[in-house]
Design a protein around this ligand. Structure first.
Ligand SMILES: Cc1ncc(COP(=O)(O)O)c(C=O)c1O
Length: 348
């Protein structure tokens, strides 16, 4: 598949830069010039790249983001405001960007309760979400979450349809799922974010926010203008296009699922998240792994999470497996030690 932004960058002639950025090296890190389009009013290469991304993600419109999923969450929620909605039902373990956007926009958050089992926040039940939605104008859930768990997306989508209210999904951890429609946010939501830099090979901060239909697409187009930088990074945008067009790697997906059963990992439905219970031995295990040059995504005091992507190599998984067998496991606590859990409790 053509990489539109990367091709444009490659085709640039050498030139003297009397434009930003100040390093004056031109190369890939250019600004919006006559030939490189403008992200806030795209008409050329960025428009074409966004249209390709929308087609792949099954969206009416998609917008490249260079400010992380955070700006996508703000943009989605601002669409609600533009549609006259001022309250949103959201699970209590939603990412801080949800709370921050609601605070900034003066939205009421109607909390959807979540229980914690074996130190892991459980996705809310559809009935709980429905109860909260009765008192709110929209529903926003996280899918998948950091621990690789999904809510019942079909049931939640049906709940929103019955109520005639929009369904928003924070898919900061799910951009690799567009290959598996039954798990993908874009199969269910009116508006959703893909955190492309987390589970696909994009540079840090690369993300996409999308709308399913023309009405939300129109609102989202206005909304992203408020929360995106006016100096977007071409390396990040090129990497987002590259990552969305990156082929599926079923070999590593199968290897990850096998790994989970072989090494006593927590069962979840997301192959990119390998969660190994270490309980009180968590820090010890992490330190030993780090001494062997292996760094997990997080240590929450109960579990180590190993975050995979289509770029993970089978040899790397094998090395992890060998190291894991030599590490003592512990028993997980119902609640992770305060402050360690990488989830999104309200700061106290
Ligand atoms: C569930 C969730 N939503 C949103 C975000 C924000 O993403 P970003 O760091 O790309 O802005 C994160 C970041 O970890 C997250 O875990």
């Amino acid at each position: 598949m053509t990489l539109r932004i990367a091709s444009m960058l490659r085709a640039q002639g050498k030139h003297i830069s009397f434009h930003t950025p100040g390093h004056k090296r031109a190369g890939a890190d250019i600004t919006e010039l006559s030939y490189s389009d403008c992200l806030l009013s795209p008409r050329g290469v960025l428009k074409a790249a966004q249209e390709d991304v929308a087609r792949i993600l099954g969206a009416e419109r998609s917008f490249l983001l260079t400010d992380g999923s955070t700006s996508g969450v703000f943009s989605m929620l601002w669409c609600l405001k533009a549609a006259g909605i001022c309250s949103v039902a959201a699970p209590v373990f939603s990412h801080p960007s949800v709370r921050n956007a609601c605070k900034a926009f003066g939205f009421e958050i109607v909390p959807v309760p979540q229980t914690v089992r074996c130190g892991i926040p459980c996705q809310p039940a559809a009935e709980e979400a429905e109860r909260a939605l009765a008192r709110a104008g929209a529903l926003l859930v996280t899918s998948p979450d950091y621990y690789g768990n999904f809510p019942d997306l079909a049931a939640l989508s049906a709940v929103c349809k019955r109520a005639g209210k929009p369904f928003l999904i924070d898919g900061a951890h799910g951009s690799h799922l567009h290959f598996t429609p039954e798990l993908y946010a874009g199969s269910y939501a009116d508006l959703w974010v893909d955190g492309v830099h987390k589970s696909l090979p994009a540079l840090t901060q690369g993300a996409v926010v999308s709308a399913k239909n023309a009405k939300w697409g129109e609102l989202l187009g206005g909304s992203v203008k408020m929360f995106r930088t006016s100096s977007p990074s071409y390396p990040i945008m090129a990497s987002v296009e590259y990552a969305v067009k990156y082929p599926r790697n079923e070999k590593i997906e199968r290897a990850a699922e096998l790994f989970k059963t072989q090494y006593g990992c927590v069962k979840n439905a997301d192959w990119t998240k390998i969660l190994v219970p270490f309980g009180q031995n968590c820090s010890l295990a992490r330190e030993r792994l780090e001494r062997s040059g292996v760094y997990p995504e997080f240590d929450d005091g109960n579990y180590l999470l190993f975050y995979l992507s289509p770029c993970t190599r089978e040899g790397e998984l094998k090395k992890l497996g060998r190291l894991l067998t030599a590490l003592p496991r512990g028993s997980v606590a119902e609640d992770a030690p305060a402050g360690v859990i990488p989830m999104y409790r309200e700061e106290t």
